[in-house]
Each structure stands twice: as structure tokens, then as C-alpha cells.
Design a protein around this ligand. Structure first.
Ligand code: GDP
Ligand code: IMO
Ligand code: MG
Length: 421
């Protein structure tokens, strides 16, 4: 069969969790390919809201297998919390959650190093979620890391102690106080939870599944503009969030990928530091944030809000080879006076429609067109045929500019508030 990939085209929080949940009925396997508990993927159905950090967003469907791929980094403490929350809801996931033996572990000291490093940066801080993501991926590429498959090896504690010793040396370079004992206790308890799940050679599992005709959906975390290579460096995360990340993060070959679903908000948000050309600093931005409940699902931080940015979306579509778009949170823009769309940037006195190398400070200025806003409440709509003409015009304009079809229009956080085109 084939592998389809679903990923964010902006700075994360586009609504990936919701759409993976909506699409899961069409797939046998949902596999997360990168990132860690810096992600917060929200799902809503039957009046309950769930936030997942490590576990793939297909977990609420009994018949789907959910795989945490080799490209993911796992914090046993957060993983245990997620499992505990699911168990409280009487959801049995012991058989349909599988963990790659090659996924790296976030140690308590990774989180401490993350925090110490951010503090030392002062104003230049990345705005990290402080979940230890950067230091864990650094140990992965530095060939020091510990993996899920190591947990059951007889010399695991020796490997752990060796790495902790290294980390203590790093921490001694910072003026930073910490209490490792408490964190270690929680971490070891989380490790016991991790041990209860099946640890698999996920690349082999996926190859077999693929050959036997199973349908696989690869779930991304973060967004293209946070990608370590192509994002707004250094204000990025430490993994490849793009479609290519699905290949390295799951061991699937590029030619197995069929559809690439690109998710974006009808506007734009960013949490953490870094350039954001279309950011709003006025009451419209405040209103969007308030109506869209734009607070981080992982850290609760207020998300910065702004208008949709077409040069950035085109860039993301090209890098990922997006075949279908999904526009989220259209309901949030109801009742604005008008909507602005950034079509170009002004850069060194010229109009450009791509992201230049240097986007910090005021080097690029967005150029907007204005479009009429829709006044209706969209949240009760049952069919795409009933959307207001202004929204239809907005969709058609974006499709033309982006040269890619918009197949899903989301009009609320609930599973059911999803209009297919
Ligand atoms: P993810 O990280 O991409 O999975 O996105 P998050 O879960 O961090 O953030 C998206 C937020 O928007 C969540 O609170 C969702 O419940 C919510 N959401 C998703 N789609 C819609 C939508 O169409 N309308 C509204 N109002 N909220 C939405
Ligand atoms: P989901 O999957 C939004 C941001 C952080 C920070 C930068 C680096 O929910 O879309 P890190 O913790 O990786 O060191 O942080 O990336 N960031 C996210 N922003 N959604 C996310 O994930 C994010 N994961 C990381 O705010 O600016
Ligand atoms: Mg999120």
C-alpha cells in the first residue's frame, strides 16, 4: 500500500492532533516520526479534551496500531503521565501502542541542561519548552545517547551513570542549582511504565505492514518553520519536522510516500522566540488569540498571533511536497472587519515571494492584500456546501496562490467540526 504523511506547515500547533484523530479510521497504523514531549497534540470528542505529547494521535481508535518511531525522543516521566491519564479513562492501550527500540531517551539531566542553557542565553533564548529536546538530540548526533532498546540490557545502569556523569560536568559550567535526586526517582518510575510496553524494531514492523498492504499514516510534530535545517534557525526545534523526517524517523523509503497532508491555520501563530513577519501587536491579534484560545498545549504560554503568510506557506509546501492542504481554525476569523493575507515581503527595497536567509529584526516587511471577512458562526456547519461566500473566496484564493487543493476545512476543535471538500 502506501504511507501518507501529515505535518504542520507553520510554527506548530496547527491542529495536527485533531486531524490525525479524524483520519485514523482510514489507516491501520499511526506512527509518530520525530520530536518529543515538546509537542502537545489536542483532540476533542464527546465533550472531552485530550492532550498527547508522545503518544500518536490515533490512540483513541481501538483498531489502530500506534507506533512511537525511532526519530522520537521519549521522556519516561511524561510518558507515564500520559499513560496514567489514558488508564483513568479506562482506555486499554497495552496492545496497540508500540515503541521503537531505537527511540532515544530524555534523561533528567537533559532537561536540566536545557534549562541551564536557555537561562544563560538571556534575551537570546530560544523559548524552548524546556523538555530536554535539544540536549537529547545533541547526545543522539554526538553518539552518546541511550535508547529504548538499552533499557533491558544488563549494563543499562552503567550506561546511564556514564552519561549522567558527563552531564554533571556540563552543568558545572553553568551557574545553576538543581535537585537531581527527585527527578531521578520519577524517571526510574517512568522507566518501569516504559518497560511494560512492547519494544519493537519499528522499521521492520513497518516494512512488513507496508508489504502486506496496511495503510500507514506518519504523524509529524512541531511545524516546518521549526525544522532544524529549514526553519527560522536558531529559533527552531532540534529535529527534522519536514516530510523527509518521516523517512529518517521511521525508516520508510521516500518512494513509499504517497500523500503529504499539510496543515495550516487560517491565520498564523508562534510560541517562543524568533522572527514572525506577519505578527500582530494590536487588538486584532489579541482578539484572534482570545477566540482561538491560543495558549500552548504543552507549556500554557500565550501564542503570538498574526495573519496568514503565503511566502512562508509556499516554502513549506515546496519543502514537503504537500499534495493536500487542510485549513484549520477558520471559525476563529468570523466577525473580523477584514482579513489580511501576506502575499510578498519587502526585502532590501525589493518585493520577494520567498523567505530570505536573514529574517531577524526588521529585515523583511510583509505586503498584504485585504479580503472581506465572513460574519457567520461556522462552528455548527455540517457541510462545506453551506460555508459563507467570503470563506469560499478565501479558500479559492489560497488554493490558487498555493497551487494545492484545500481538502479539509476545520471549523472547531471537535472531531465533528470538520468539513471535507
Ligand atoms: P497540534 O500541536 O498541531 O496538534 O495543535 P494543538 O493541539 O497544539 O493546538 C491546536 C488547538 O486548536 C487545540 O486547542 C485544538 O483543540 C484547537 N483546534 C483545532 N482545530 C480547530 C478549529 O478548527 N477551530 C478551533 N476553534 N479550534 C481548533
Ligand atoms: P506541536 O507538535 C509549537 C517551539 C518552542 C520553541 C522552539 C524550540 O504541538 O506543534 P524545544 O522545546 O523544541 O526546544 O523548543 O520550538 N516548539 C513548539 N511550538 N508547537 C510545538 O509542537 C512545539 N514544539 C516546540 O516553543 O520556540
Ligand atoms: Mg501543539
Amino acid at each position: 500500500m502506501s504511507v501518507d504523511v501529515l505535518l504542520g506547515l507553520q510554527w506548530g500547533d496547527e491542529g495536527k492532533g485533531k486531524i490525525v484523530d479524524v483520519l485514523t479510521n482510514d489507516y491501520d497504523i499511526i506512527a509518530r516520526f520525530q520530536g518529543g514531549p515538546n509537542a502537545g497534540h489536542t483532540l476533542e470528542f464527546d465533550g472531552i479534551k485530550h492532550v498527547l505529547h508522545t503518544i500518536p494521535s490515533g490512540i483513541f481508535h481501538k483498531n489502530s496500531i500506534n507506533i512511537v518511531g525511532n526519530g522520537v525522543v521519549i521522556d519516561p516521566i511524561i510518558f507515564k503521565n500520559e499513560i496514567d491519564s489514558l488508564e483513568k479513562l479506562n482506555i486499554d492501550i497495552s496492545k496497540n501502542l508500540l515503541l521503537s527500540k531505537k527511540a532515544h531517551l530524555i534523561l533528567p539531566t537533559h532537561k536540566l541542561i536545557d534549562e541551564a542553557s536557555e537561562r544563560s542565553k538571556g534575551k537570546l533564548k530560544i523559548g524552548s519548552t524546556l523538555k530536554g529536546i535539544g540536549p537529547t538530540y545533541m547526545d543522539k548526533t554526538g553518539r552518546n545517547g541511550l535508547r529504548v532498546g538499552d533499557i533491558t540490557s544488563i549494563n543499562f545502569s552503567d550506561k546511564y551513570e556514564l552519561l549522567i556523569k558527563k552531564h554533571k560536568k556540563i552543568l558545572s559550567n553553568y551557574n545553576f542549582n538543581y535537585d537531581l535526586l527527585k527527578l531521578e526517582k520519577e524517571w526510574l518510575s517512568g522507566l518501569e511504565t516504559l518497560k511494560k510496553f512492547q519494544h519493537i524494531d519499528s522499521e521492520n514492523y513497518l516494512h512488513k505492514a507496508y508489504k502486506s498492504g496496511k495503510k500507514i499514516l506518519a504523524e509529524g510534530a512541531q511545524g516546518t518553520l521549526l525544522d532544524i535545517d529549514f526553519g527560522s534557525y536558531p529559533y527552531v526545534t532540534s529535529s527534522n519536522t519536514i516530510a523527509a523526517g518521516a523517512c529518517t524517523g521511521l525508516g520508510i523509503p521516500p518512494n513509499s510516500i504517497k500523500e503529504v497532508y499539510g496543515i495550516f491555520k487560517a491565520y498564523c501563530t508562534r510560541v517562543g522566540s524568533g522572527p514572525f513577519p506577519t505578527e500582530l501587536f494590536d487588538e486584532v491579534g489579541e482578539k484572534i488569540g482570545l477566540i482561538g484560545k491560543e495558549f500552548g498545549a504543552t507549556t500554557g504560554r500565550k501564542r503570538r498571533c498574526g495573519w496568514i503568510d503565503l511566502p512562508a506557506l509556499k516554502y513549506a509546501i515546496n519543502i514537503n511536497g504537500v499534495t493536500q492542504l487542510m485549513m484549520m481554525k477558520s471559525d476563529v476569523l468570523s466577525n473580523l472587519d477584514h482579513i489580511k493575507v501576506c502575499t510578498h515581503y519587502s526585502y532590501n527595497g525589493k518585493n520577494i515571494d520567498y523567505i530570505p536567509f536573514d529574517t531577524e529584526g526588521n529585515s523583511i516587511k510583509p505586503i498584504y492584500i485585504e479580503m472581506p471577512a465572513w460574519k457567520e458562526d461556522l462552528t455548527k456547519l455540517q457541510s462545506i456546501d453551506n460555508i459563507p461566500i467570503e470563506l469560499l473566496n478565501y479558500i479559492k484564493f489560497l488554493e490558487k496562490e498555493l497551487d494545492t487543493p484545500i481538502k479539509i476545512v476545520s471549523v472547531g476543535p471537535d472531531r465533528k467540526q470538520t468539513l471535507k471538500r
